[in-house]
Write a protein that binds this ligand. Structure first.
Ligand code: TA6
Length: 288
């Protein structure tokens, strides 16, 4: 189907009744619903889906730059580009994936793009709903040019939560983090689980491949499994910053937390012909 701006939207379904919606604008997951039709990802009521801006919510793909760490636009250009359906996808090693449960998309630079970021790459993104409703994003980025390049990447994941004061994040204890609110300086996490009382904008470096986001009120646990993504961004704009974000309702910061699988501290470097693979798997489980 197409959205009101004529952008192609693809709906994924699995036999258990989970669904997801992916936009070819940015290769962005916009929705992920469980078998009861509950929306698991946040989307702002003020989100505008008018290209090139990315929809506020879902999972924008930050590539080839995270944040303002470089000369490109904030979070790079991939989330603002129209991707194409990948008609030459890598083989699907997935025993019980049915045709309606995944989409393969491709982003390649146009000659125009080459003026901004002069590297030849193929970015193949597979979004897949597993048979038990987990959402998998598999990125394969290949250098098809003649010179080495490096990039940062983040799956900017807006989880839907009942209220930020009810959220706990586990798995990042004792890690170092770069604090975007303090000139990206490095600190060490002292606490046990992360809880939220104010703006947080951090890159936890060398994070484990499993992180838990617990929503106490909804009795729901999000599990984040990641491979090839050594870092984890944790962000909530809180009240003041949320008011300054035009495509976010003033109170909506309470209904979301971003915990993003990422590779930021040590950008990924690819020699000609080399390919990098990054995998993110999100599960939404009833809390024990
Ligand atoms: O998530 C970290 C961050 O870099 C924050 O500093 C904030 O800018 C957020 O990303 C959202 O960025 P965006 O460009 O989507 O408004």
């Amino acid at each position: 189907t197409k959205d009101k701006n004529g952008v192609d939207l693809v709906t994924l379904q699995n036999p258990r009744g989970f669904s997801a919606q992916v936009s070819l604008h940015g290769g962005q997951v916009l929705s992920w619903k469980n078998e009861r039709g509950e929306e698991l990802l946040f989307r702002s009521s003020k989100a505008n889906s008018k290209p090139p801006a990315a929809v506020r919510g879902g999972i924008p793909i930050c590539f080839p730059q995270f944040g303002n760490r470089g000369s490109l636009e904030q979070h790079g250009f991939a989330r603002n580009k129209i991707w194409e359906i990948d008609n030459d996808p890598p083989p699907l090693h997935c025993k019980d994936c049915d045709r309606k449960a995944f989409i393969d998309m491709l982003l390649k630079p146009s000659e125009e793009d080459m003026k901004i970021w002069p590297h030849r790459y193929e970015f193949r993104l597979r979004v897949l709903l597993t048979s038990d409703g987990a959402l998998k994003l598999i990125s394969r980025i290949r250098n098809i040019g003649s010179k080495v390049f490096s990039f940062s990447i983040a799956y900017h994941t807006y989880f839907s939560v009942s209220d930020i004061s009810e959220v706990r994040v586990e798995g990042l204890e004792t890690l170092d983090y770069l604090d975007n609110l303090h000139h990206k300086e490095r600190f060490t996490e002292q606490g046990d689980a992360l809880t939220f009382e104010t703006e947080v904008d951090r890159v936890y470096v060398g994070s484990p491949h499993i992180i838990g986001v617990f929503d106490h009120e909804k009795k729901r646990t999000f599990l984040i499994r990641k491979e090839g993504l050594p870092d984890a961004v944790v962000w909530n704009p809180w009240e003041k910053k949320a008011k300054a974000i035009t495509d976010m309702g003033d109170e909506e910061y309470r209904q979301t937390i971003c915990v993003d699988g990422a590779a930021i501290e040590k950008p990924i470097s690819l020699k000609p012909g080399e390919e990098w693979t990054g995998r993110l798997e999100l599960s939404a489980l009833p809390s024990i």
